[in-house]
Design a protein around this ligand. Structure first.
Ligand code: MN
Length: 355
């Protein structure tokens, strides 16, 4: 666990760090923080991912040190020379893209640092805690165990961004007093202030992105007596608004914010089905539901890619399965009586008919 990773860092010189496709704030922030920390210890650290970071994170100090895999000799050598390869913020080879199989097959000692459920078993070493708020929290613990005095602006910004983005700005159930203590230490040591980081990440929305949000909100549907909410983003909506797919980040949280909604879904149309974001309130789990459809993630935030002949079928199948994975309060009385809401709804239908 932690002690083994500390020893591995002390005893080796060449490191390789990779994180998942579509790197988010936790992925990139953890990678930059650990990579820069290793460099400050006088070691070599190559940071190479299969995909570029999104526009919302390109401002991060140290982001220029992170390369996109291009198959060059230099990059192959960086991995071939590495004593240790860190896999950050995903426990799934496929989520690493092209670099995944290269890392798995490399001679480096592979180390997983992550907070997702059900890790794959091919890693030589794992520092994993699924209750951690972010991979960045684990990176902080690792740094604190070796030399917290090395935390400076770049490392602090990486760690803060990681924790802030993975906790929805410190509001998820994973947030604890200890996490706030860690964050206070990060801010002090790095002499950074949180407001500009928050603004740079969340207050750079584009007009097309907001139009896409408007159309997505218009399409919200409720099921299971208002306890499940879902909406969908179609390829057509993205084209019409001129938005990019990155803009849908966070849309699902609007659905979850509706009073009474315990679980929320956002479906994104792909050619062979749907990509789905699952979100839930603290005491409701959605990870099993996502796993049933070939995905995975956390208790309250998960994802899946569901292949179906049509987008609508994917939506229908996932929504219909909800009752098997989420315990909704039963709307009907024990003797099959309709709830007052359902009764009222039926009456409006009957009135329409008699007109
Ligand atoms: Mn994470």
């Amino acid at each position: 666990m932690l002690d083994d990773v500390v020893r591995l860092i002390r005893e080796n010189e060449d490191f390789f760090l990779v994180t998942h496709l579509g790197p988010d704030g936790d992925a990139l922030g953890s990678q930059i923080a650990l990579g820069r920390f290793l460099q400050k210890l006088g070691k070599r650290a190559a940071m190479i991912n299969s995909e570029e970071p999104p526009y919302s994170l390109d401002w991060m100090p140290g982001a220029d040190d992170v390369e996109v895999f291009d198959g060059s000799l230099d990059q192959h050598e960086a991995l071939a020379d590495a004593d240790v390869a860190f896999v950050l913020d995903t426990n799934d080879e496929e989520r690493l893209g092209k670099v995944g199989s290269m890392v798995r097959e490399s001679t480096a000692t592979t180390v997983l640092i992550d907070h997702h459920l059900e890790p794959e078993q091919w890693f030589d070493l794992a520092f994993v805690r699924d209750r951690a708020a972010a991979t960045g929290e684990l990176i902080y613990e690792l740094i604190a165990a070796i030399d917290p005095d090395l935390i400076e602006e770049t490392i602090a910004t990486g760690l803060y961004t990681a924790i802030m983005t993975d906790t929805g700005s410190f509001r998820y159930s994973s947030v604890t007093p200890q996490l706030h203590r860690i964050v206070a230490d990060i801010l002090e040591r790095g002499a950074i202030s949180p407001a500009p980081i928050h603004e740079t990440i969340y207050d750079r929305k584009s007009m097309p992105g907001l139009r896409l949000l408007g159309r997505t909100l218009n399409r919200i549907r409720l099921r299971y007596d208002g306890q499940l909410g879902y909406s969908a983003v179609t390829q057509r909506m993205v084209e019409d608004t001129g938005a990019s797919w990155d803009d849908k980040q966070g849309f699902v949280n609007y659905v979850l914010s509706i009073e009474g909604v315990k679980a929320a879904l956002l479906f994104s149309e792909v050619d062979d089905g749907a990509k789905i974001s699952f979100r839930s309130e603290a005491d409701v789990r959605v990870d099993e539901w996502a796993r049933h459809f070939g995905g995975g993630g956390h208790r309250n935030a998960a994802g899946a890619y569901v292949k179906r002949p049509s987008f609508e079928e994917a939506i229908e199948d996932v929504v219909e399965a909800a009752g098997r994975f989420v315990e909704f309060d039963t709307p009907h009385g024990p003797d099959g009586q309709l709830s007052p809401e359902d009764q009222a709804y039926l009456e409006t239908l009957l009135e329409d008919k008699s007109d």
